[in-house]
Design a protein around this ligand. Structure first.
Ligand SMILES: Cc1cc2nc3c(=O)[nH]c(=O)nc-3n(C[C@H](O)[C@H](O)[C@H](O)COP(=O)(O)OP(=O)(O)OC[C@H]3O[C@@H](n4cnc5c(N)ncnc54)[C@H](O)[C@@H]3O)c2cc1C
Length: 477
């Protein structure tokens, strides 16, 4: 009886439960992937993320070839077509059993429910696995049995579960199947990727599980010990940059946590940094848990419904200035220009730029969320939505609305010598370390030669305006 693995956001062969379960006996195994270009557009997935996905699929195919498992590619426009296409594929390959890793967003859940119903009605058994998280969403609850809304208690119970369960160890890669494979096409990628041409340097990112594992090992051995100190400085390469690999599932979070814990045991000196890094993986699980427990966040809704009444400003000019890095706040502008040019932004800068948009400019966080989604190579719905809702004080565990980052102070604190700013805002690169954070106030002649703008909003005015806009709506506890 032939079995099939439907790959979606778990493009790997190591620690891949659907694959391992499909390979648990001698039966032939097939694999498939469905490109969904219209759906990707509806979900704001941009060219950088899709090009990274395309390359990851090429690598996945190589890994599956070694296991003698053919990867079948199909293109559908939207999720609505998926059930029929999966049935047609399963029937044509004579598959009676299908495995896939669960996705937790509402459209994905609806798609899977419909697919499952159709397949089961035709006698094909479906097996779903929780494989893009360390701990299954919905399984951790507070003492009173409610879903977690705050990160720290979630993390404490998450850590306890990780320590307690052998189940959370990474799964092995299955043995190659005993079968002959037809000669494979060199580039297996289906139609559906046209129109997503990326212009950023994707080569900088590890693609496929072998490169991702090598990057993880390098990071854990050489840099993770200092992660606690280095992770907030954008000019330092202090983070793992594994986000894209985790987003497409070329690397599993279980593997990350297991490797980090082993490293902490073998090198106790680096344990503090490794613990902080493990917490970041817990944040990733936390935001998946949030969207599973509160699916309204998938429907462009605020986690705190009361904050939907905030009077966001319509101000296209300021929004464009933010998108293009022309706000007159050097750290914001450097970050936004880096995002557009490279498809990536450092976490500290994601926090600064998202607060600047939603607070100082009082522009709806959803516009910023969509802009990030269209540019980030590591775009991940749960983390992007969670990060935006955190910054704009509409989300779980979010920044209290009256605590607003001052972008100038943040720049001074996390890019003290202006190293990052100088790289991305060359028109003010000549300014002193002090002046570079506040060119218009510096009195230094060089800053404004018609090339770098005055601040588009006064910091203190913007802050007060945001606080009163939030104070006007009823804030839930
Ligand atoms: C407004 C905003 C938008 C964001 N959008 C995304 C997004 O689309 N995709 C994404 O993966 N992360 C997002 N993040 C979280 C975080 O900024 C990135 O995960 C991190 O910068 C990626 O860098 P890294 O791969 O070097 O991670 P590291 O610092 O090495 O951390 C390891 C991994 O942990 C996870 N992680 C780290 N920090 C967070 C966090 N705060 N929340 C959730 N997961 C985290 C990521 O998978 C990351 O790759 C966003 C944060 C904010 C404030």
């Amino acid at each position: 009886m032939t079995k099939m693995v439907w790959y979606r956001s778990d493009l790997r062969t190591i620690d891949c439960e659907p694959l391992l379960m499909a390979c648990r006996d001698e039966a032939p195994v097939e694999a498939c992937f469905l490109a969904c270009p219209k759906q990707w557009q509806q979900h704001d997935l941009g060219a950088n993320r899709i090009e990274y996905l395309r390359r990851s699929l090429v690598e996945l195919k190589k890994g599956l070839d070694e296991l003698k498992i053919p990867l079948h590619m199909r293109t559908v426009q939207t999720f609505a077509e998926v059930p029929e296409v999966m049935l047609e594929l399963a029937t044509s390959l004579d598959c009676r059993e299908i495995h896939w890793g669960r996705e937790y967003e509402v459209n994905e859940i609806d798609r899977d429910r419909a697919t499952r119903q159709l397949l089961e009605a035709r006698g094909i058994s479906v097996h779903e696995h929780d494989d893009q998280v360390v701990i299954e969403p919905g399984s951790l609850k507070t003492g009173s049995g409610s879903p977690y809304k705050v990160f720290t208690p979630f993390k404490n119970s998450w850590l306890k579960a990780v320590e307690a369960s052998e189940e959370l160890k990474p799964r092995r890669r299955p043995e190659p199947r005993k079968r002959k494979m037809a000669k494979v096409k060199k580039d297996p990628v289906p139609a559906g990727f046209e129109g997503f041409e990326s212009f950023v340097e994707i080569d900088d990112w590890p693609v496929g599980e072998n490169q991702a594992l090598a990057r993880m090992d390098e990071f854990l051995e050489q840099r993770a010990g200092r992660y606690g100190e280095d992770r907030n400085t954008p000019s330092i390469d202090g983070t793992s940059r594994l986000g894209p690999a985790l987003a497409v599932g070329a690397l599993s979070p279980r593997t990350c946590v297991d490797a980090a814990r082993r490293q902490a045991r073998s090198k106790p000196g680096s344990a503090a940094g490794l613990d902080v890094w493990i917490s970041e993986i817990a944040w990733r699980d936390f935001y998946r848990n949030v969207l599973f427990e509160f699916p309204r966040v998938c429907r462009h809704r605020a986690f705190k419904p009361a904050t939907e009444a905030v009077a966001w400003r319509e101000d296209e000019e300021s929004f464009l200035a933010w998108c293009e890095g022309r706000t007159g706040y050097p750290i914001v502008d450097a970050a936004m220009r880096a995002l557009v040019a490279t498809g990536w932004m450092h976490n500290r800068l994601r926090m600064i730029t998202s607060q600047f948009l939603s607070k100082h400019l009082l522009i709806d966080w959803r516009k910023g969320e969509a802009f990030f989604a269209r540019h980030l190579v590591d775009m991940d719905f749960a983390s992007n939505n969670g990060g935006w809702q955190w910054s704009s004080s509409t989300g779980t565990d979010s920044a209290p609305y009256f605590r607003v980052f001052n972008p100038t102070t943040q720049g001074r604190r996390f890019d003290e010598a202006g190293t990052f700013i100088r790289r991305w805002v060359p028109e003010i690169a000549q300014l002193s370390n002090k002046a570079i954070h506040e060119p218009s106030q510096s009195g230094e002649a060089l800053w404004n030669q018609g090339t770098y703008p005055e601040p588009i909003v006064d910091q203190s005015f913007g802050r007060k305006r945001a606080i009163s806009a939030f104070a006007e709506v009823k804030q839930p506890q």
